[in-house]
Design a protein around this ligand. Structure first.
Ligand code: ZN
Length: 144
């Protein structure tokens, strides 16, 4: 889960994280802060949610490096675990596919261009061209 530090009180060692998916804040204690630096307002963080007697709190909070894309948890359809996929690169160093770290099943393949989309696009352009041609011919015949 991702959120942004919305509030932090260093004297009381707690704060809140705004979670856009919920449109609300979640509480955190500094004991769950797993970073060297102090929490800063507006910082993007990744965390898990734990239900306690006092409500939901954020745990295992790590700061997300804005230069690296955040690692998205996905549900593996094969082993049904919530996993952070392993990224495998091809020989050129470009991302090739994501795999489940537990069962190694492939979760997503990159770089495969959808042929269907291209065909739909080409057909659209051809249809538009034909329509313009017919319109032009009709206009010419009507006015000659
Ligand atoms: Zn799996």
């Amino acid at each position: 889960m991702y959120g942004v530090i919305n509030n932090y009180n260093p004297k009381k060692d707690y704060g809140t994280i705004f979670v856009r998916d919920f449109q609300s804040d979640i509480f955190f204690y500094i004991s769950e802060w797993q970073n060297r630096s102090q929490p800063e307002l507006g910082q993007l963080v990744e965390f898990d949610i734990m239900e306690t007697e006092l409500g939901a709190v954020a745990v295992s909070i790590v700061v997300v490096d804005p230069n690296k894309p955040p690692k998205q948890r996905t549900l593996c359809p094969k082993c049904t675990k919530s996993v952070i996929p392993n990224l495998y690169n091809n020989k050129k160093g470009a991302p090739e596919y994501l795999a489940c770290p537990f069962c190694q099943s492939t979760l997503q393949v990159f770089g495969k261009k959808s042929l269907k989309k291209d065909i739909v696009w080409i057909l659209g352009v051809v249809a538009l061209g034909v329509a313009i041609l017919i319109f032009t011919i009709m206009k010419i015949y009507r006015f000659i």
